[in-house]
Write a new protein. Structure first.
Length: 307
């Protein structure tokens, strides 16, 4: 039995139409399924929490963007009891990009209905103010999170998505935030006890997979399967230099330049001298100056293509 968690508002409201295409195929193939539609923000978390609270095995298929996927993963009660499939309908699709998943809905569905390979993926956790939120792709504090926050509310996103130019939303917002966000001092402390202090920091991101922000390959070594988190800190650069480096991050070439610091860890605490935007998989978290990030003990089984 497949349980589909579908966001009808994905792809500028076309999510429901795409679901009907998928449902037609399921009926033709006589596939047993159930579908639950999200109706408001964080609804997917509640739906999945209720679904998985029985402790039984479940195969869950997410139909939506990285935000819907994040809500689903955040709601899973027992990670090791769930097999997850993903049909990406977002503008960023960093999760699909990071795991090499098909972005065409028919190819994605075919892979899910006839799985040939599974990937045991690490799941990250953000701790803040005695609260916890999971992430599949990344969490970040500073510039990258500020961009995510703004992208969520800009009317430009829906317009560009309709033109299939959603990536331009991130670039446009990034340019604006780069000019307005003031750099800060951050301290990064990993599980080894090593403490690093950075000045004039634009952002620090903790990555489970390689990509965030609609295709920026910030941590090329991140795999999501090696029981490690990857950290990138961007500091002590002029705004012009950051602006010039951003396009190189699509190919991962930014790592060659001064001011880009990469590290790995199993857990990390990040403090800032000023409260800044924070995100998990692009989903906003209220302003924070102190966050802790670690990995769940259990991994999540993802339906993926053969390597």
């Amino acid at each position: 039995m497949y349980t589909f968690i579908a966001n009808p508002n994905a792809r500028s409201g076309r999510g429901i139409l795409l679901w009907k295409q998928i449902e037609k195929i399921l009926l033709e193939k006589e596939i047993a399924y159930n579908v639950l539609f999200t109706k408001y923000q964080h609804h997917a978390t509640r739906l999945v929490h209720d679904l998985t609270s029985d402790g039984a095995p479940h195969t869950i298929v997410v139909l939506g963007g990285d935000g819907t996927l994040n809500e689903v993963i955040d709601g899973i009660r027992y990670l090791d009891k769930v097999t997850l499939g993903y049909i990406p309908l977002g503008s960023g699709n960093d999760f699909a990009r990071g795991l090499g998943l098909p972005t065409d809905i028919h190819s994605a569905l075919e892979q899910i209905l006839s799985p040939s390979h599974y990937t045991a993926m690490n799941v990250g956790v953000l701790d803040y103010e005695n609260k916890h939120r999971r992430f599949a792709v990344s969490t970040g504090i500073g510039f990258d999170a500020a961009v995510c926050h703004q992208v969520m509310v800009t009317p430009l996103k829906a317009f560009l998505n309709r033109l299939k130019l959603g990536k331009l939303t991130y670039l446009g917002v990034a340019l604006h935030k780069l000019l307005t966000l003031k750099p800060v001092t951050m301290t990064v402390t990993t599980e080894t006890g090593e403490i690093k202090t950075y000045h004039k920091v634009y952002f620090t991101a903790v990555m489970n997979l390689k990509y965030e922000g609609g295709g920026f390959n910030f941590c090329p070594a991140a795999s999501g399967t090696d029981d490690r988190l990857n950290i990138i800190t961007v500091s002590e650069l002029t705004r012009l230099k950051v602006l010039c480096l951003l396009p190189t991050a699509f190919k991962g070439w930014h790592t060659r330049f001064r001011g880009i610091t990469l590290d790995t860890c199993t857990e990390v605490t990040i403090t800032s001298d000023r409260a800044l935007p924070v995100h998990t998989d692009g989903e906003p978290v209220f302003l924070q100056s102190d966050i802790h990030v670690h990995l769940e003990k259990e991994k999540l089984r993802i339906i993926t293509p053969c390597k």
